[in-house]
Each structure stands twice: as C-alpha cells, then as structure tokens.
Design a protein around this ligand. Structure first.
Ligand code: CP
Length: 308
C-alpha cells in the first residue's frame, strides 16, 4: 500500500490498519530526516497549509507548524482569539476566505465535536483534525501508538490502560480506535462518573482500581482532567481523585515490573502524575512529543500526495 485510503484525516475511526502502518513507515523515514544536521526536505514546496486553531494548544500547534516547515510547505497560522470570528464570522466563511488565498490543506482544532467532518463537506481542501471537542484527536493517537511501537517493538498484543477522564477525552477515544485496530488489549480506568455509558461496546474493559490496572498493563496512558469541559463536579475533590487515580513512584515501585508511562500533555503535575514519575526513565512523555513531529510530517506528506 503506497497511499492512504482517505483524503482527510478526520478521525482514527475512518482509517484502516494499513493506513496506520503506512503512516508509521513514512514517519520512520521522517524521524531519520529530523535527526540529521539538515532537518528539512523539499517535498511540499508547492503546498500551502493553514493552521486554524479555535481552542488553546501548545504541543499540537507547534508540532504541526514545525512538521509543515520541515517539509518546506508554505504555512499560515490563524488563532480565533485575534480574528474576525469575534465579529460574528461563521466557520465556513472564515475557512472559505482563507482558502481563497489558494490554501491546499487546513489543520483545524475546534471545541465542537464533528467540526472537521462538517468542514470537509463544505470546502475543497484536505482537512486534518487537530482535536475536535471531546470527539477525536487522531494525530495524538498515532504518535502515542508510534511511541509504544518504538519502546516495545510492536503495538499488537500489548496491554494498554488509559487512565482518567475518559468521558471528556478525545485522546482516549482516538487511542481506543487506534490501539484496537492494531490488535492491542485496552482497559480504561477512572471514576465511574467519568466513564462514558456503553464504553465496553468499543471492545475495552473498565477497571476502577488503578493498582489492578497497573498490575495488568504494559503501558499506562495518564490523562489530564479536562476542567474546561466539566460542567458539574464529577468527583468530590482533586485530592481524592489523586489518591485513587494518580500515579506516583511508590505505587509503581510496588509493582514487580516496569510499566511504560505516557501522557499526552499538558500535565497537571501532582494531580494525575507526580513529577518523579513524569520525569523518570519509565516515562516516554517527551519522546511522544518528539515523535509527534515525524508523525505529523507523515500525515501531511501522505495527504498532500492525494491533492489533485
Ligand atoms: N496533547 C495536546 O493536544 O496538547 P495541546 O493541547 O497543547 O496541543
């Protein structure tokens, strides 16, 4: 397989297992490129990409921009906070105005689930979902699986637990789709109030005891509590949440094996993860960020090859 089965990257749900393998093989090449002294290739000199962010971001925004520049694409950046969105302009009008400047690809983060899908039906450009509300964050899940493959050799057959606010997490949903597609076993762990109804229908098991989940797994992906999406109180106090679902060094040291620790960022140090764990050799958190650039280069390169 030499090309993706999709024209847009809207979610992992729309990918096939072969798409993921192609993205990983392409990322392997780009990871080698970005570790050279000259980190840039001329592949996308004729492509213009707009990064449009309607929600805050550090890692994803910088990582996409760097990936695009490493591929020699022309890049324009748009943040809703400083734009005419504040004057009432609609999403379609905003994007059509950007596209009339001859833009080929749009990378979009938006607070509304399905915003990328909606856009892909109304504009003539390749759309990359950089996170849409509590729905999907496909490039995060791809870089997460790529980092597991790098550390453990393969994703198939590995046991992964995703811990925390599963209900509001686009990272959790995209990771579940990606891990299951590659043949991993997946559990989710967190307070019952932060567990979506019928989550088992996605082929995952629910575990409410973190210690049991850690004894079972090879990898623990620790999620942040999505305070910006919590409309009510889902647990009594942050302290109680940390006592039950936070990972700390004493807990990890009490296991008779080494669990790989992941986190998509941003980290709430001392809440879902202590600093001594986040900064330990068991943690691959900064490796995930490094791999994000290679994965996003691969995604953009493969989608650009489908632009007519
Ligand atoms: N992981 C992630 O999406 O981080 P940002 O919100 O900083 O982009």
């Amino acid at each position: 397989m030499s090309e993706l089965s999709v024209k847009h990257l809207l979610g992992i749900k729309y990918l096939k297992e072969k798409d993921i393998q192609l993205i990983f093989e392409t990322a392997d090449h780009f990871k080698e490129v970005i570790n050279r002294s000259i980190k840039k290739v001329p592949s996308l000199r004729d492509i213009t990409i707009a990064n449009i962010f309607f929600e805050n971001s550090t890692r994803t925004k910088l990582s996409f921009e760097l990936a695009e520049k490493r591929l020699s694409a022309d890049v324009i950046n748009f943040s809703a906070g400083q734009s005419s969105v504040n004057k009432g302009e609609t999403l379609i009008d905003t994007v059509n105005n950007i596209l009339s400047m001859k833009v080929d690809m749009v990378v979009m983060r938006h607070p509304n689930p399905g915003a990328g899908i909606f856009l892909s039906k109304h504009v003539n450009a390749s759309i990359v979902n950089a996170g849409d509300g509590a729905h999907e964050h496909p490039t995060q899940a791809l870089l997460d699986s790529y980092s597991i493959r790098e550390r453990l050799g393969d994703v198939a057959g590995k046991k992964v637990v995703i811990v925390g606010d599963i209900l509001h997490s686009r990272v959790a949903l995209s990771n579940i789709f990606a891990l299951k597609l590659q043949g991993a076993q997946v559990k989710v762990c967190g307070p019952k109030t932060l567990m979506p109804k019928h989550i088992e229908s996605l082929g995952v098991e629910v575990e409410t005891n973190l210690r049991k989940a850690l004894v079972w797994c090879d990898v623990a992906n620790m999620l942040r509590i999505q305070n910006e999406r919590l409309d009510i109180s889902y647990f009594p106090t942050t302290r109680e949440y940390t006592q039950q679902f936070g990972v700390n060094k004493a807990l990890l040291d009490s296991l008779d094996k080494e669990v790989v620790i992941m986190h998509p960022g941003p980290i709430n140090r001392g809440v879902e993860i202590t600093s001594d764990v986040a900064d330990s050799k068991q943690s691959i958190i900064l490796g995930q960020v490094e791999n994000g650039v290679a994965i996003r280069m691969a995604v953009i390169y493969l989608l650009a090859s489908k632009i007519k």
